[in-house]
Design a protein around this ligand. Structure first.
Ligand code: GLU
Length: 359
């Protein structure tokens, strides 16, 4: 039995006419139905609400961007989920709709509630179909894009694989439009593909290729195999599920597996209340993957912002680069008092610390 999160981008689900491409959706559903029938647990993260909305009304251009998003996503989401429901019912699969905002994952209690919800659906044989609740999400408090949302779900559900389907074959070692550019098929742990990636946002929804890559590396760092592949190629989902390496796609190799709490912390940086700048010795110790290090008060150089016990904080090195995120074991005043003390207890214990993969 495998557990897989599959994210399908708007550019896979819609054609040039801006309407939902039902043939494509049927083909992807057929593949997901095969996984479902053999007992694999799948979460489908489906974009396309705004795109579907654009195909249903043209009366939105006079609205401001927030109002456009609210209008288009609310009418489009109905169409999107209705289409998925009809398609999956032909395979006797019930779907359940989950519309999330970032705020729904604010605390560990929110997060566990969400995890529980997906478990309930899975245990009842229902396929969860997830999207961001764009109609009510606050600008500035949104997921970067559905890649981030799918990475978080894959991590939350402890999935073995995250498959991100878009309309190109993977990450290219140059401009995808240049015929001499090739797809980078394997990204081994600890290596970087950042230097190849074009900063262009074209065709990739809210995020761009750079964001896509960064998210993929972080998720692989959390212990999940990530695949960026072309949703219109033949049997993409099935071939990835069956580890068919002859498929042209980019695979980010999973690093060692993390605990459930660490996975939550990896994606909770959006809720950090403070930033702790650490000295060089502490930064070196935290980044050394060959040993296990907690952040001790003696490593603190400066604290920006405030925190209470159990809050999430970002940890940065002296140059200002964010290197980790973690949950603090004390409040700020106690932490500051301990900076000079002997035999200190960790401010952020290793078990509650996620060090960003170095790319
Ligand atoms: N939630 C958006 C939609 O369904 C898509 C966001 C994205 O493309 O990442 O239209």
């Amino acid at each position: 039995m495998s557990t897989i999160t599959i994210k399908i981008g708007s550019n896979v689900l819609t054609g040039p006419d801006r309407r939902l491409n039902v043939d494509r959706m049927e083909d992807l559903a057929r593949q997901i139905a095969v996984l479902h029938s053999r007992g694999d647990k799948v979460v489908l993260v489906s974009s396309g609400a705004m795109a579907a909305g654009r195909g249903m009304t043209s009366d939105y251009e006079h609205l401001d961007p927030v109002a456009q998003r609210q209008l288009l996503s609310s009418i489009g989401q109905v169409k999107l989920i209705d289409t998925w429901q009809q398609i999956f019912s032909a395979h006797n699969i019930k779907i359940g709709q989950l519309l999330l905002t970032k705020q729904d994952l604010r605390t560990r209690a929110h997060y566990l509630n969400m995890k529980n919800c997906v478990d309930v659906l899975w245990n009842s044989g229902v396929l969860p179909v997830v999207n961001e609740n764009d109609a009510v999400s606050l600008t500035g408090l949104m997921f970067t894009d559905n890649d981030e949302l799918s990475a978080l779900i894959a991590s939350m559900m402890d999935c073995q694989k995250l498959i991100i389907l878009s309309n190109i074959d993977g990450i290219f070692d140059g401009d995808p439009k240049d015929p001499s550019a090739h797809v980078i098929t394997e990204v081994r742990r600890g290596t970087s593909v950042a230097q190849y990636v074009q900063a262009s946002k074209s065709d990739f929804g809210r995020g761009g290729m750079v964001t896509k890559c960064r998210m993929a590396q972080k998720t692989a760092g959390a212990g999940i195999d990530v695949y960026i592949a072309n949703g219109s190629a033949s049997d993409t989902i099935l071939r990835i599920a069956d580890d068919d390496s002859s498929l042209v796609r980019t695979h980010f190799e999973a690093a060692g597996r993390n605990t459930a709490v660490k996975k939550w912390i990896a994606y909770s940086d959006g809720f950090a209340t403070a930033r702790i700048v650490v000295n060089e010795g502490a930064a070196t110790a935290l980044l050394d993957t060959s040993r296990v290090s907690s952040l001790l008060p003696v490593g603190i150089k400066e604290i920006e912002g405030n925190f209470k016990k159990d809050d999430i904080v970002i940890i940065a090195d002296e140059s200002g680069k964010n290197i980790a995120v973690g949950r603090v074991a004390t409040d700020k005043d106690t932490a500051l008092r301990q900076v000079g003390a002997k035999r200190q207890r960790p401010i952020v214990h290793y078990d509650y610390l996620f060090v960003y993969p170095q790319v």
